[in-house]
Design a binder for this molecule. Structure first.
Ligand SMILES: *[C@@H]1O[C@H](CO)[C@@H](O)[C@H](O)[C@H]1NC(C)=O
Ligand SMILES: *[C@@H]1O[C@H](CO)[C@@H](O)[C@H](O)[C@H]1NC(C)=O
Length: 236
């Protein structure tokens, strides 16, 4: 049977490290790193808050607003031009170094269907996949690039994963035929919550710590993406 691999994008295929570097040019390395971390934290927090309030805003707005929050918290300012440049940098993020070999492995496995599934808006994630210098050569691996935007809710709301299932032609009773592959524990838990299999890339090697659902842990954990894909292929 065909294996469906669903790749999260930001923090899984693409690293925001280049954004931290760009912030470092403005504010010095230590502060740049700290602002980048706060930016990512508020970006996620905003999506969850919007979900809780039953409201929606595009991920590009969420990303811009959370940057303003992170800057204000660090008591620094950036002009509109610099903010636009940082937002544009999202279209040119680098992949983690384990991503190209992993995607080559996927390309060499004809019985794998791979898609990208992200909170980003369609234009953000299309740009990210098609313009990133290291990801674009592999863009052909992906059968589809799926944004949650039409659902008007963010992951880990079940509706977003049901929508994904519709897009890849799976029924609600077939959720376990799909693997969510993510570096983000909240996404891993969201997928398992609707019955998908989930693989977590533990690049920091710190082990699974998410304790929200008691003893629940990812179907597969690996230190890098290539090893993870290998495990899924061998374990089927
Ligand atoms: C994004 O922000 C702009 C400017 O504030 C607003 O006009 C637009 O409606 C927002 N988009 C969504 C999807 O809420
Ligand atoms: C993004 O890419 C998908 C898949 O290739 C396509 O269906 C969609 O129309 C594109 N959307 C935008 C806004 O470019």
């Amino acid at each position: 049977m065909t294996i469906v691999l669903v790749f999260d994008l930001y923090g899984t295929l693409l690293s925001a490290e280049s954004i931290a570097r760009q912030l470092g040019v403005h504010f010095g390395e230590a502060k740049g790193t700290s602002i980048a971390a706060a930016w990512r934290r508020y970006q996620l927090e905003y999506t969850w808050r919007l979900n809780s309030m039953g409201k929606y805003d595009s991920f590009s707005n969420v990303t811009k607003n959370s940057l303003r929050h992170a800057l204000a918290e660090h008591k620094v300012e950036l002009n509109g031009d610099s903010i636009s440049k940082l937002m544009e940098a999202y279209d040119f993020l680098s992949t983690f170094s384990d991503v190209p070999p992993a995607l080559s492995r996927v390309a060499a496995s004809p019985d794998i269907t791979a898609v990208v599934f992200s909170n980003g808006t369609p234009s953000m994630i299309n740009n990210s996949v098609l313009r990133s210098q290291d990801l674009s050569p592999h863009a052909g691996v992906f059968k589809d690039i799926i944004s949650i935007d039409p659902v008007q809710k963010f992951k880990p709301t079940p509706d977003t994963y049901w929508y994904l299932a519709d897009k890849v032609g799976k029924q609600r009773s077939e959720m376990e035929d799909m693997w969510l592959i993510s570096g983000n524990p909240f996404d891993v838990m969201g997928a398992m919550n609707v019955g998908m299999k989930a693989a977590w890339v533990d690049r920091a090697g710190l082990g699974w710590m998410d304790a929200m659902n008691g003893d629940t842990s990812p179907t597969i954990v690996a230190r890098n993406l290539d090893e993870l894909i290998q495990k899924i292929i061998e374990g089927r």
